[in-house]
Design a protein around this ligand. Structure first.
Ligand code: ZN
Length: 304
């Protein structure tokens, strides 16, 4: 009997400990930012530096389209000083909560920032706005500029700090944009076909001259159909596409079905590597600029 009590105590303690880990830590003396995605979390850190404490709700490899908020997320959003989110329905299940909170406290809605700056937004086949704005670096620069402006308004005594850091970061983003143009020019015109699991790369294609095809639509919550897969295999064989790409935040099964369907027609299609789509990675790839470079290197190696 004693053994069961000990087991009970241990499991109770571990539940308690894991609950503690989720408790939101408010840092006095800093602007406490809660960002939804890893891309926005990184942007907040790049611009906010040590004047901000950033909590990112969605971890590495998490799919924002289908993300369900935890109780601790709501707690963090309510207690935070400043919210940074993508909008354009990227955060499918918490979009309404974010919109409402952004009316009550300081916030940056990246999609709205682009709309206000009259940046060209793309639509999917069903007429919905495409939320994957970060794959055109020029869009990301507009989002960065808006964040500098909004943070400086909220915490005006550190305006110079945010402006200096922000301008320096924007310079790095401009360099990234130029580098992508040069790097992708290694791929011949007719080989610029990027096939991925879900339709996250339209802005990338539009900005850097690619044709993109995806097995699923803009949101991962839509289903891949057999017809989609057959169409894609036709395209792959027609255009002699060498590689297709998996995504870190989307299961691999639909990509595998394209590969096996091509194989059944005696065509060998390779996986060109794993791209960061709706989430950044670990270590150095937890930074947008590095993760984007990593993506572009894989795309160039896989297609040229
Ligand atoms: Zn997506």
């Amino acid at each position: 009997m004693k053994k069961y009590i000990i087991i009970f105590i241990i499991s109770f303690m571990s539940v308690l400990l894991s609950a503690c880990k989720n408790i939101y830590q408010y840092e006095e003396g800093k602007v406490n930012i809660v960002a939804t995605t890893t891309m926005l979390g990184d942007l907040s850190k790049q611009i906010g530096g040590d004047k901000v404490a950033v909590t990112t709700l969605m971890g590495i490899g998490i799919d924002p389209h289908t993300y369900s908020p935890k109780a601790s997320d709501t707690n963090a959003l309510i207690k935070s000083d400043f919210i940074v989110y993508a909008g354009l329905h990227l955060e499918g299940k918490i979009a309404d909560v974010l919109d409402q909170l952004s009316e009550e406290k300081a916030a940056l809605n990246a999609g709205n920032a682009l709309i206000l700056n009259e940046v060209k937004l793309l639509f999917d086949n069903e007429g919905n706005l495409d939320p994957h704005i970060w794959f055109n670096v020029e869009n990301w620069i507009v989002v960065a500029e808006s964040l500098i402006e909004k943070l400086s308004l909220y915490d005006s005594q550190n305006k110079d700090y945010y402006t200096t850091r922000g301008e320096n970061y924007i310079k790095q983003l401009r360099d990234l944009h130029e580098w992508i143009i040069i790097k992708t020019s290694e791929i011949d015109e007719e080989k610029r076909i990027l096939i991925t699991a879900h339709d996250a790369f339209q802005y990338f294609a539009d900005a850097y001259g690619f044709q993109v095809e995806a097995i699923q639509g803009i949101s991962t919550s839509s289903e891949a159909s057999i017809a989609n897969i057959n169409d894609l295999v036709n395209l792959v064989i027609d255009r002699q596409v060498k590689s297709i790409f998996i995504e870190s935040s989307v299961p691999q099964k639909t990509i595998d079905s394209v590969i096996s369907s091509a194989k059944s027609r005696n065509y060998t299609l390779e996986i060109g590597g794993e791209l960061y789509s709706d989430s950044l990675g670990d270590g150095i790839d937890s930074q947008y600029i590095q993760a984007f470079k990593n993506n572009v290197n894989k795309i160039v190696d896989g297609l040229k």
